[in-house]
Design a protein around this ligand. Structure first.
Ligand code: ASP
Length: 327
């Protein structure tokens, strides 16, 4: 008799919890949603997030508020999201740093494959290698010569271990065989400000930030990190064609939520993401910034999870071989 009662009690609690989750999901969202990004305002990730927030908000019927959580190449923000309440009011936009973090950080306070729900892939963004406007090198060959002749003086900005500007810099330095002084920032927004002001020499950054500076002649640019030239920057050769054979970094992005976020809530967020990625203003702006919106079948939870698993497997040996992991 006693067991039957406790079984009934448990069933009622479980049913009550399920019903509560469905009710929550049904009324979701009934307040603004926070979209966390792991880098400082003004940088390429911030540009993408603020562009998407508007159509996502339209789709959800609530504002999507972008919050910049900086530091440690994005791992502070990833930890914050992994520990956030799984209720759909904290979502996350991060790039391929989600896949490189496990190899870069030996003691990572989160697991990219266990602590998140996957909403969908967002955007693929090429990078450009650039320098301050008065850098005394006008071609890639002159840049290499200048770096080799001034290796203790040249400075390379990035957004910290785990950032793609750091990854691009690591690959560049290892391929040219010169260990250039690296200056970390809270994002490549602030880093770019110092390139424009001449306080730092070089930066490898995403076209979502660099295309306007390049077109306005405010920086010197030496190459793109894709294997084919970019339609928006047809006169800029690839690093591959200038001698860095196989140099390729194209920055993919994903949207995540904390593990345990209810499925009906995730479905609404995925619908808002797909709506944003089909928004004509977003599509045109992304094309102008040389960025590719993935096909709709990749803007899915499985599309992102499968890609993340493949990217972790791809970058792990590359990073370990480069010997750049942090303690
Ligand atoms: N995407 C980062 C930012 O927006 C920079 C990076 O990962 O290099 O600042």
């Amino acid at each position: 008799m006693k067991n039957t009662r406790s079984t009934w009690l448990l069933a009622c609690c479980l049913l009550g919890g399920w019903a509560q989750a469905q009710t929550t999901a049904a009324s979701y969202p009934d307040k603004p949603v926070t979209l966390i990004i792991p880098f400082a305002a003004g940088g390429p990730t911030d540009v993408v997030a603020r562009m998407m927030a508007i159509p996502m908000g339209k789709s959800l019927g609530q504002s999507v508020l972008v919050e910049n959580v900086n530091g440690a190449g994005g791992t502070i923000a990833s930890t914050r999201v992994a520990r956030a309440a799984p209720n759909g009011y904290t979502i996350y936009l991060h790039h391929m740093g989600m896949a490189t973090a496990p190899a870069l950080y030996k003691k990572l306070p989160f697991d990219p494959l266990k602590d998140f729900e996957y909403i969908g892939q967002v955007l693929d963004v090429p990078m450009t290698l650039l320098a301050r406007k008065d850098m005394p090198a006008n071609t890639f060959a002159e840049l290499l010569a200048y770096i080799k002749a001034n290796k203790d003086k040249v400075s390379l900005a990035d957004a910290g271990l785990g950032a793609v500007s750091n990854l691009c810099g690591l690959l560049f330095k290892s391929m040219i065989g010169v260990d250039i002084n690296t200056i970390p920032y809270k994002g490549t927004g602030p880093a770019m400000n110092d390139v424009l002001g001449g306080q730092v020499d070089m930066l490898c950054d995403q076209t979502t930030q660099t295309v306007p500076m390049i077109k306005e002649g405010r920086v010197k640019v030496y190459g793109v990190t894709t294997t084919k030239r970019l339609a928006a920057l047809p006169n800029i050769p690839t690093l591959d064609e200038q001698g860095l054979k196989g140099f390729e970094v194209k920055v993919w992005h994903g949207m995540y939520a904390p593990k345990g976020t209810p499925a009906p809530v995730l479905e609404k967020i995925n619908a808002a993401l797909r709506f944003a990625m089909q928004d004509p203003t977003v599509k045109q702006r992304m094309a102008d910034l040389s960025s590719d919106i993935p096909p709709l079948d990749k803007i899915t939870p499985q599309g992102l999870k499968t890609h993340l698993e493949a990217e972790i497997a791809k970058w792990d040996p590359i990073i370990r071989k480069a010997g750049v992991s942090a303690d």
